[in-house]
Design a protein around this ligand. Structure first.
Ligand SMILES: Cc1ncc(COP(=O)(O)O)c(C=O)c1O
Length: 376
């Protein structure tokens, strides 16, 4: 059996090696490492794929979030609503910009931000909502956009984990995750569904003026060379990464299908097991399975990864500590017990290997090992 990894980047690379190697070599030979034609080419391909007017590439997903908040003109003291069950980047950039993170609980089934909780958290200082499309499926963007429109709030979609997923609105329209709010952010971190071979990210928007401002902010706030009209940052996607992403984008839907196939295998193996809850598919979103995350009960969750490790199977806990209980983000406004769903999930979730290269032999070994532990 092939070695089992959480993410098999080597197996994926081997299948497209020739094309990738040539593309990298072409950039090296051109020496157009920064802002070369590959960046524009990839940007245009991604705009087409997403059906969005503007894609602005940047250095990583965290920058994408930060730049979006800067370009939207959010100011210290403004409140930004974000889920308590997420990766730290969301809260990190809010805090770095001197904004006030207002955390809210998530839905127990989809793990995504709970729209009812958003509404309750709104104050006169609220300026934006950051729904995180966690593990590969969309938050309820119908309800979130309704709330945002009603209260005149910006919506910044953190789409770092759900690129390629479709949101299916109650009116039947289909849009790509990250293109529904005022602005969407993604990460091209290597293990992401569309990952490059280093760091990378992008911002999406349909708003021409906002796009222009984002382009200025990512480029040192510069309008004309050496004339700085805004305080900006230096956040670029380099040409080698763009060349790689252009190739991988062509495979993104096929990658999502491979992830879904593995997820279905896991689902059937664990169906009806009272100690394992398989991921709930939200009926308004397709799922691109950035992670396959089980909710466990009736056994010590922390012992499962240890047991699997001995059988050559990695497993991860995303995320073991809710945002409001992270040391750096402790805040007198929040205490243990404030976000019961998040806190329960942090204690009970476990993510299994999920990538495009999982074969049946590996899936059989993973599922039978999980069941051996759970049923003993
Ligand atoms: C939900 C979420 N937001 C933001 C990020 C930050 O992306 P990056 O690592 O590219 O900065 C990530 C990825 O790590 C993420 O999963």
């Amino acid at each position: 059996m092939k070695k089992i990894n959480m993410v098999d980047l080597k197996g994926q690379y081997d299948k497209i090696k020739e094309e990738i190697d040539q593309a990298i070599l072409k950039v090296v030979e051109s020496t157009a490492f920064i802002n070369g034609p590959e960046v524009k080419n990839f940007q245009q391909d991604l705009e087409k794929y997403l059906g969005v007017k503007h894609v602005i590439p940047c250095a990583n997903g965290t920058d994408a979030l930060q730049v979006s908040m800067m370009a939207l003109g959010l100011k210290p003291g403004d409140e930004v609503i974000a889920p308590s069950f997420t990766f730290v980047a969301t809260a990190e950039v809010i805090a770095l910009l001197g904004l006030t993170p207002v955390l809210v609980d998530v839905d127990p089934h989809t793990f995504n931000i709970d729209p009812k909780a958003i509404e309750k958290a709104i104050t006169p200082k609220t300026k934006a909502i950051v729904p995180v499309h966690l593990f590969g499926q969309c938050s309820d963007m119908d309800l979130i956009m309704d709330i945002a429109n009603k209260h005149h709030l910006f919506v910044i979609e953190d789409n770092c984990q759900a690129i390629g997923a479709d949101f299916i609105s109650s009116n039947g329209s289909r849009k790509k995750a990250g293109t529904i709010g005022h602005v969407g952010c993604t990460s091209f971190f290597p293990s992401k569904n569309l990952g490059c071979y280093g760091d990378g990210g992008a911002i999406f928007t349909n708003d021409d003026q906002l796009a222009e401002k984002i382009r200025i902010v990512v480029n040192h706030g510069m309008t004309v060379r050496y004339y700085h009209d805004l305080i900006g940052v230096n956040s670029r996607l380099d040409s080698i990464q763009a060349a790689i992403l252009k190739i991988k984008l062509k495979h993104l839907d096929e990658y999502a299908a491979a992830r879904n196939k593995a997820a279905s295998y896991y689902d059937s193996a664990f169906a009806n097991n009272p100690k394992l809850k398989t991921p709930v598919r939200f009926n308004k979103s397709t799922h691109v399975f950035h992670q396959y995350t089980l909710v466990t009960n009736g056994f010590d969750r922390n012992k499962l990864p240890e047991f699997l490790q001995e059988k050559g199977i990695p497993a991860m806990i995303y995320y073991p500590v809710p945002m409001h209980l992270q040391k750096a983000y402790l805040d007198p406004r929040y205490k243990d017990g404030d976000f019961p769903v998040t806190e329960k999930l942090s204690k009970s979730v476990v993510s299994l290997p999920m990538h495009t290269e999982l074969d049946e032999e590996q899936l059989k070994h993973i599922t039978s090992s999980v069941l051996e532990f759970v049923n003993r």
